[in-house]
Design a protein around this ligand. Structure first.
Ligand code: IPD
Length: 267
């Protein structure tokens, strides 16, 4: 069955594509700037803000009144507090800064506190992940399902780790010590939105991380759920978008991986 995108998904995709054009242009510059002594940090921060401005303009124009929570400029209350866009214009900023092509634009819609639509776009690989509640998850036009692997020794797991004083190193190392000997591999790719999209696509069996914000994970949560996976807080709570704790996995491995992480002290 061909993938039919609803009006709201079209709005999100168009906004993501326009922001992507600006980011891709800037990414080309960033590759040149690597050799300069200071590096491209200021340039990237401007690129991030320009992309956010485009997203804000396009989403506001298409759905005037919707509220917004954006990574760079924070919360904007609209007339309609029941509909909220959650936007990360550049998820994987450190990768972008270093010329690594693993970053994405992430847009989600939350309606009356429920996540209903998500788009994660990596324009470098031309992979557009999108999902809408009750309608399934897709990569471009292909329907997605989480992986069917049932055993932890076969599982490739993604995570994010603390850096530069963001997050607690010791608890994370405890979690790694517990997980590493039991799985086929652990990856840290640096874009939580893409990590979740890859769980939805069956590339990873699971993903966990602490200390993330709603704009990093909201779109990916819709993708994983619509692809048949489970998403909770690591401790089992039901607010992974806002709690700063997330465990996403295929239905076979969510429970066993969650137990290992909780036994290692994660909440
Ligand atoms: C970051 C990425 C990364 C995660 C960091 C986030 P940003 O988002 O999602 O994978 O480990 O904690 O801050 O800052 O590049 O939008």
């Amino acid at each position: 069955m061909a993938a039919v995108r609803s009006a709201v998904i079209n709005v999100m995709v168009k906004a993501a594509q326009r922001a992507a054009r600006s980011l891709v242009r800037d990414f080309g510059e960033v590759e040149q700037l690597q050799v300069s002594r200071k590096g491209p940090a200021d340039f990237v921060s401007t690129a991030d803000k320009s992309a956010e401005r485009i997203l804000r303009e396009d989403l506001q124009k298409a759905r005037p009144g919707y509220s917004m929570l954006l990574e760079e400029s924070g919360r904007h209350a609209g007339d309609d507090p029941d509909n909220v866009w959650l936007v990360d214009p550049l998820d994987g900023t450190t990768n972008f800064l270093h010329g690594l092509p693993i970053w994405s634009i992430s847009i989600a819609l939350e309606q009356k506190g429920e996540l209903t639509a998500g788009v994660v776009f990596n324009p470098i690989t031309d992979e557009l992940f999108w999902a809408e509640k009750g309608q399934g998850a897709y990569l471009n036009d292909r329907r997605l399902r989480v992986s069917g692997r049932r055993q932890l020794p076969d599982a490739l797991i993604a995570t994010g780790m603390p850096f530069l004083g963001r997050g607690d190193t010791d608890p994370f190392l405890e979690q790694m010590r517990a997980v590493l000997p039991k799985v086929a591999g652990v990856r840290r790719w640096g874009s939580a939105a893409l990590d979740l999209a890859y769980v939805a696509a069956g590339r990873y069996e699971a993903f966990w991380e602490s200390g993330l914000h709603a704009w990093d994970v909201a779109a990916g949560i819709v993708l994983v759920r619509e692809a048949g996976g489970y998403v909770t807080e690591i401790g089992g709570g039901h607010n992974p978008a806002h709690a700063g704790s997330i465990l996403a996995a295929n239905p076979h491995l969510h429970l066993p991986l969650g137990k290992i992480l909780r036994d290692a002290g994660a909440t």
